[in-house]
Design a protein around this ligand. Structure first.
Ligand code: DAH
Length: 342
């Protein structure tokens, strides 16, 4: 056989192999076809073995065409083998499906309790005509303190254990900072709530974290009275906590006058006295009061024309009371065993 004929023959062998593989695709035949074309004594391997017998220039050409044919056949064989394996395995697993088995249960997720109660709170207030507003978490001392009638060096500042940043700003210690910001941009009449995170330099325990949520409220109009504050806040604790009895106590907050604390009868002991209410029968839930004239002045609102009330709920505490959680840290733990109970 001369060299040209040999090269043609190699091509023919490759084409035959392709055709045969195409014809006989089952596991047994496949290996047979493979052996015929690439087995020890196959035509192609015989050429490879005797390649040194050819002249160097011819050797290169024949070598390339044999190798090319071998690589192609190898590739077809491997692909078909994979295909057969895949078909077998999918047939197999199909026949193994037990239709009587119960399905895989899809886990249903739900809102985090803090988010759920926050949504409920927002819904309740918006139903009374309140609007949700926001302020920055990193705040200036002006909005966090000065504009709320807490001047620099005034001892009242110590009540809010404050983190100070190097640039002079502070992670806000309460959402009351949103009050003056809001009054500067929106003109009365105003009904707003401002939910958000606050930060204090606190050591962490079951009822204190260095980060927590508050919901601030502000109601400003021409004829707002203490009785409006009472009505709205009593309705709030009834709605959110199912409170039956409430009371207001005088309290001091520099940005309100008079300042008050709203207590509810302890929901755990019904007022008899227990660990949660420290045996007083009452639990403090919403600090509040009538907006101080100075705060109106800072905001550019005339206190002779407008009156208002404000309140600030420690929101995490509300969630703890609502769900009887005795350790605040549990709510922030991300522990699904805890969270799945809500
Ligand atoms: N900002 C106060 C605090 O974090 C809570 C507060 C008290 C807010 C009285 C008010 C208020 O709006 O009127 O301790």
């Amino acid at each position: 056989m001369d060299n040209n004929e040999l090269i043609k023959k190699i091509e023919t062998v490759l084409n035959n192999a392709k055709a045969e593989f195409n014809e006989k695709i089952n596991e047994k035949n496949l290996d047979e076809v493979y052996k015929n074309y690439l087995g020890k004594n196959s035509f192609l391997n015989n050429i490879s073995r005797s390649i040194s017998e050819y002249e160097p220039e011819i050797r290169k050409i024949i070598g390339m065409s044999v190798n090319n044919a071998k690589i192609k056949i190898e590739e077809i064989y491997k692909n078909l083998k994979e295909q057969i394996k895949y078909e077998n395995s999918s047939n197999d697993s199909y026949s193994k499906i037990d239709l009587s088995l119960p399905g895989v249960k899809i886990t249903q997720f739900h809102k985090h309790p803090i988010t759920a109660v926050l949504d409920e709170t927002v819904e309740f207030f918006t139903s009374m005509g309140f609007e949700v507003v926001e302020g920055p978490e990193i705040e200036t001392a002006y909005y966090n303190f000065d504009a709320l009638n807490i001047p620099d060096n005034h001892p009242a500042r110590d009540v809010w254990d404050t983190f100070y940043l190097k640039n002079g700003l502070i992670p806000r210690t309460h959402t009351s900072s949103v009050q003056v910001r809001t009054m500067e941009t929106k003109k009365p009449p105003l009904r707003v709530i401002a939910p958000g995170r606050c930060y204090r330099y606190e050591s962490v325990d079951a009822t204190h974290l260095f980060m927590f949520n508050q919901v601030e409220g502000l109601f400003v109009d021409k004829n707002v009275k203490l009785s409006d504050l009472k009505g709205i806040l009593e309705a709030t604790v009834k709605h959110l906590l199912g409170a039956k009895k409430t009371r207001f106590r005088p309290a001091f907050y520099p940005f309100v006058e008079p300042g008050l604390d709203l207590d509810i009868e302890c929901v755990f002991c019904g007022g008899k006295g227990c660990n949660v209410c420290k045996f007083t029968g009452w639990i403090e839930v919403i600090p509040c009061g009538m907006v101080h004239p100075k705060v109106f002045e800072y905001a550019g609102i005339n206190p002779d024309i407008y009156k208002g009330f404000a309140f600030g709920m420690g929101f995490d505490r509300l969630v703890m009371l609502k769900y009887n959680v005795n350790d605040l840290r549990l709510l922030y733990s991300g522990n699904m065993d805890v969270l799945n109970q809500f």
